[in-house]
Write a protein that binds this ligand. Structure first.
Ligand SMILES: O=C(O)CCCC[C@@H]1SC[C@@H]2NC(=O)N[C@@H]21
Length: 270
């Protein structure tokens, strides 16, 4: 059972990863203020000897998907895991599903298994149907040679940005505190996400994308239902039938099977 509405702070619990502490061999940088944790992570990348989390208490020029801005009211979570990825760009893209799983499971670890969270393709985390968290992958390097991968995660812990501050998107922004009354600090979130990410990235390393895909689908919103995918130039409505081995969205439309590598998703028939 989740704590009753208004209770000040849920107790952090040991994550599904089974670890009690910070993952071994992963550095942690906490900054008071930054433009964008993704930008800072990519600046730091050449000096790092291993993976590192970069978290900022205030992020002033957060970057979102598709060139949008990401607005961070104080108390929200903004952090980036920077690593030297194994493999090429396709492997790097699959890490966004690892990140979405990590955020989902960290929230359940912190707030209880009945927290109404779900995953929205490609990597948003929804709470009560609204957008709680977004993930942005950026890389350094060129072509098939990715030298640094930044996996940036924003979670609206304390407040959602106002409707006048953001471009209208497919899902209304919500915050954990606004929806549930629960207070989770950015430091608690970082610990929980780092542990959960460590668990899922080990699964990926040891068994490939299969278990990640299965776990992601088990947490997906609207699987088997009608959704609309909008790209810059096209719009397709159909049944959401899962994701393929690259992470692309599988949509069954009146014209047949569509494989969608990138799009914004709208629920319902659009
Ligand atoms: O548009 C989205 O849904 C993705 C938003 C990603 C925001 C996070 S906040 C931490 C990291 N730093 C950034 O500049 N962006 C990401």
């Amino acid at each position: 059972m989740p704590p009753p509405r208004g209770r000040p702070r849920p107790r952090p619990r040991v994550s599904e990863a089974g670890a009690t502490g910070w993952p071994e061999g992963v550095a942690r940088h906490v900054l008071e203020r930054v433009d964008s944790t993704n930008a800072e992570a990519l600046r730091l990348a050449p000096q790092l000897s291993g993976p590192a989390w970069v978290m900022a208490r205030r992020q002033e020029a957060g970057r979102g998907r598709r060139g949008r801005a990401w607005i961070d009211p104080p108390g929200n979570f903004a952090a980036t895991l920077v690593m030297r990825p194994e493999g090429g760009p396709a492997d790097a893209a699959r890490m966004s599903f690892v990140a979405a799983l990590a955020v989902h499971d960290a929230l359940r670890d912190l707030c209880g298994a009945s927290l109404n969270v779900a995953l929205k393709w490609p990597n948003d985390v929804l709470l009560n149907g609204g957008k709680l968290s977004g993930i942005l992958l950026e890389s350094a390097g060129s072509g098939s040679h990715v030298t640094g991968l930044a996996i940036g995660i924003g979670v609206n812990l304390a407040a959602a940005p106002g409707a006048d501050e953001i471009e209208p998107g497919p899902a209304r922004p919500v915050s954990l505190k606004g929806e549930t009354g629960l207070v989770v600090t950015p430091d608690e979130m970082l610990d929980a996400i780092a542990r959960s990410f460590d668990h899922w990235s080990r699964q990926m390393r040891d068994y490939g994308f299969g278990p990640i895909r299965a776990a992601w689908l088990a947490r997906a919103a609207r699987l088997g239902e009608t959704i609309t995918a909008r790209t810059g130039s096209a719009e397709m409505t159909g049944r959401f039938d899962g994701i393929d081995e690259t992470g692309a969205l599988l949509l069954t439309t009146a014209q047949g099977r569509e494989v969608v590598p990138a799009a914004d998703i709208y629920f319902g028939s659009g």
